[in-house]
Ligand binder design. Sequence first.
Ligand code: MN
Length: 258
Amino acid sequence: MSVLADLIASLDSGELKIVDLTQPLGPDTPVIGLPPIFASSPGVSMDVISRYDDKGPGWYWNTIRMGEHTGTHFDAPVHWITGKDFPDNRCDTIPVRRFVGPACVIDVTADVAKNEDFLLMPDHMTAWEKQHGPIPRGAWVLLRTGWSKRTDPAKFLNVKTDGPHSPGFHRSTSELLAKDRDVLGVGVETVGTDAGQAGTFDPPFPNHSTMHGNGKFGLASLCNLEQLPATGAVVIAAPLKIVDGSGSPLRVLAISPA
Ligand code: MN
């Protein structure tokens, strides 16, 4: 398999690079807020088990606690009621081949700068395809919005009196991507794969409903998408193998032309 030897040689020569699409994960990681009638997800807490001290003189380790959907994380189909009955729909049962696919990066940074509630419409998607070619089956579609540059958690979550405001997908675009293009899933820079106002949409949270209702995945809180070309990179996004897990924090890596 010379392709694997070539891969390593290209990484060593700098012809290819590994891009980290992952945000730091810690107690400061912002967590999605839900209306108070629903249960909320805890943020990250870390407690030292020992740190070269009486509790463990030669070693350092922590206990971590968080919701499955914290920070840069993976949404499995079972996360949503529409995806609950698919076979192999949870973190420990999804075939691992489905964690790896070509990246299609759709840059809407300029649109989002003008409208923080921007929704990707089918027209935007087909315009992208005219320029870059069709979105291939099994692709990770990454929505580049610049949102990860919002390092202040309040600006990142962007909650106003009428709820959160952040960009996402129109339902019709999610349907095209899931059914017609048969993608692996979508990835976003925001806290979740639906727009901030999507709780008010019909149906609520249409991207979750559509993607998971078609057995597809989600990646939230990505960063560094500006380091990827529109096409030509490969994304590896493998959640922890949590038994019956609905999702998990993960390290998302892209192999990209330098
Ligand atoms: Mn999630």
